[in-house]
Write a protein that binds this ligand. Structure first.
Ligand code: NOJ
Length: 664
């Protein structure tokens, strides 16, 4: 990553003893002056409020903590305030935009707790043109360890509004996002996406979740959302050693749904790249011995139907090599899949099953210019995994394997702790760091919700934490409804890359009747542009792709690393149009998708170079396509277009359009 422009200024105010509301001393504005964040330190507590262009967005909302022993860290005297500004443009290792501008004004308020142990706490506030973040910092002080029971942090909206959110019932974040009144948010995961009156869109989340539990949200009344921290089994939220900084509590503020998607504030609130040479962190597409097993053809465990056998894996490698797909994922290759899953501490990450000849397979793959993507299913038995971490990654590195999918299928880690607790967060970080030591990239399934760590650790390429394609193979409810994928960019997608694994070309499933992929084939293609991940799976089988070569061409062509991303048109949960420029060519790509309603849209091509003409290769729903009755009907056409054109799009029910624009 490269810093391009840096402007930094710092000013410290004279000692002040209070921060009563309304004083200019306690207000920090965005660089464009539109967003204003005001602190109000009263005898009754510390509050913040936010306005955007004079519209009140956040009403006075409480800040603070409760420590062990019911010690409330909520009333403060202000010792000092420090202001600074920052303007830097940095380059992502990979991502949705090559350049990211990090431009904010910061206010740091240094405070001392009134009562209790007179703890020192700083509140750091950064206000950007697209939102704000704040975090609590406990500087080094007499008391070096704190036991946090609860955060008092609130996001109290200035007006009632509806929010898209997922309940915390599914620890893997594999549930639906529903729109509810704030009061009905009965403990939900973030991101929480608010449709605020007056055409404002807000997204509440966090950035840089390090050694701390995940924040959830509880609706208290029709405007107030309170933070909840996912506790340890002891009931404690976090064990903290000073000096310590919490994750940033963030709100993106946009005028359109697309503004949420193209905000990079979360990345800006994470640390710069911690990997000295990140050249191994390369985006890629992959196929895998995977979907067939989810459909019930082949097993992960050893036996007559074992999927990960040398001959079968070589067939996948051949197909990948023939089609320019760099990676082949193989699951079920190592000892440990049989037995008692709830207490599965017997996965061995260096012992293949007898019919999986890892040397023969990786040599064969290397000859063909393909790489094996490894798999570590841990069954969430993290102690077993941590005991093997370095040997497991070294074993893969010795075989030239530098991309590993990890998995944590079990409701609790080690039979007792939540994935999203401080225990889980610590574990995931250990894995990222161990993988980096062995130059391995991670595709983490059953993760803690992402918070932008990929800026510091670009080897954390992608994560699940989404109700992905696999639910369309076997879920008792039949599969994800058409609206699901047009909600994802504005909810889960705001937390970072998603390993959703689309690209299915077969829509019937004889093994689990009633389940199906609820899109058209053209929409499956469009999702490669709409749903971002630097590792994108083509999840169907070689046989199904070979049966549809014209459509498969788009999957072969579509990039996984982008120069620039725009969202020209969207209604959350109804439809979305996303365009992205390839980072490695002058081509642009468009993905448009709709929910269960057929739709006609018009897209201005003003994102294209005004001095050029382009060949548009258009993969569209056929006139009679429909996700339910005729999903595979699509057309591929070509036409010449330029930036002044307006392109009509016709999306079938549950359908989509994918376009490659090739500069002439
Ligand atoms: C759940 C993961 O999401 C899926 O991709 C994987 O195949 C299974 N666990 C087995 O590890």
């Amino acid at each position: 990553m490269k810093n391009k422009i840096i402007f930094l200024s710092v000013a410290a105010a004279a000692l002040v003893s209070s921060c009563t509301g309304g004083s200019a001393d306690n207000v920090v504005s965005s660089p464009d002056g539109k967003i204003k964040f005001a602190l109000d330190c009263q005898p009754g507590g510390l509050f913040y409020s936010v306005s955007d262009n004079s519209t009140d967005i956040v009403a006075p909302s409480r800040l603070g903590f409760v420590l062990e022993g019911n010690d409330s860290v909520a009333n403060f005297e202000v010792l000092n305030t420090v202001r600074s500004s920052h303007d830097e443009t940095w380059e992502t290792v990979w991502g949705e935009s090559r350049e990211v501008r990090d431009n904010y004004n910061q206010l740091t308020v240094e405070m001392r707790q009134l009562g209790g142990d007179s703890l020192l706490v700083n509140l750091e506030v950064r206000v950007f043109d697209d939102g704000f973040g704040y975090r609590y910092v406990f500087p080094e002080q007499g008391r070096d360890s704190l036991v946090i029971m609860e955060e008092l942090t609130e996001f109290k909206l200035a007006q009632p509004a509806e929010a898209w959110a997922m309940t915390n019932h599914d620890v893997y974040y594999e549930d639906y996002y529903r729109k509810k009144n704030i009061a009905d948010l009965d403990t939900v995961h973030t991101p929480v996406t608010v449709e605020f009156p007056g055409d404002k869109y807000l997204a509440i989340h966090e950035a840089n979740l390090t050694d701390y539990p995940k924040m959830q949200i509880i609706g208290k009344d029709d405007v107030t959302m309170k933070a909840r921290l996912v506790p340890w089994s002891t009931g404690v939220a976090a064990y903290v050693t000073t000096p310590f900084a919490t994750p940033w509590r963030t709100m993106i503020i946009g005028d359109t749904p697309g503004d949420l998607v193209t905000s990079y504030m979360m990345l800006n609130l994470n640390d710069p790249c911690a990997i000295a040479d990140a050249s191994f962190c390369k985006p890629m597409k992959y196929i895998g011995v995977w979907w067939e097993m989810h459909l019930g053809n082949g097993t992960w465990y050893y036996g007559p139907e074992h999927g990960a056998n040398t001959a079968h894996v070589k067939e996948y490698i051949d197909f990948a090599a023939e089609n320019g797909i760099p990676g082949v994922l193989v699951e079920g290759w190592n000892i440990g899949w049989e037995g008692d899953w709830p207490r599965n501490d017997h996965f061995d990450f260096t012992k293949p099953y007898p019919d999986f000849d890892i040397k023969e397979i990786t040599d064969y793959a290397a000859e063909k210019g393909v790489t094996l993507i490894g798999h570590h299913e841990t069954a969430a038995w993290t102690t077993n995994y941590e005991n093997q971490l370095d040997t497991a990654y070294q074993y893969y590195a010795d075989h030239g394997v530098h991309n590993v999918k990890t998995g944590y299928v079990n409701l609790l880690m080690d039979g007792k702790e939540d994935h999203s607790s401080q225990y889980g967060v610590r574990h995931y970080r250990k894995v990222i760091e161990a993988a980096a030591r062995h130059q391995a990239n991670i595709d983490n399934h059953e993760p803690v919700m992402p918070t932008g760590l990929q800026r510091a650790w670009p080897n954390l390429m992608t994560q699940e934490g989404v109700r992905g394609q696999e639910h369309n193979a076997w879920d008792a409810d039949g599969g994800n409804p058409p609206e699901h994928t047009v909600l994802m960019p504005f909810t889960r997608g705001l937390a970072g890359p998603m390993d959703y694994t689309f690209g299915t070309f077969n829509f019937d499933n004889p093994v689990y009747p009633g389940t199906r992929v609820r899109t058209t084939l053209a929409k499956e293609l469009a999702l490669y542009v709409i749903i971002y991940s630097p590792m994108q799976m083509a999840s169907d089988t070689p046989a199904n792709y070979s049966a549809q070569p014209a459509a498969f061409q788009f999957i072969k062509d579509v990039p996984v690393d982008w120069e620039k991303t725009l969202v020209p048109d969207a209604v959350i949960g109804d439809y979305v149009v996303t365009v992205r420029q390839d980072r490695n060519s002058s081509d642009w790509y468009l993905g448009a998708a709709t929910d269960e309603d057929a739709r006609e849209l018009e897209v201005k091509l003003d994102f294209l170079d005004p001095d050029a003409e382009y060949t548009a290769q258009i993969y569209a729903d056929a006139p009679d396509a429909d996700w339910e009755s005729n999903p595979t009907a699509y057309t591929v056409t070509e036409q010449t277009v330029k930036s002044t054109d307006v392109l009509p799009l016709k999306l079938a029910a549950g359908g989509g359009t994918a376009i490659r624009f090739i500069k002439k």
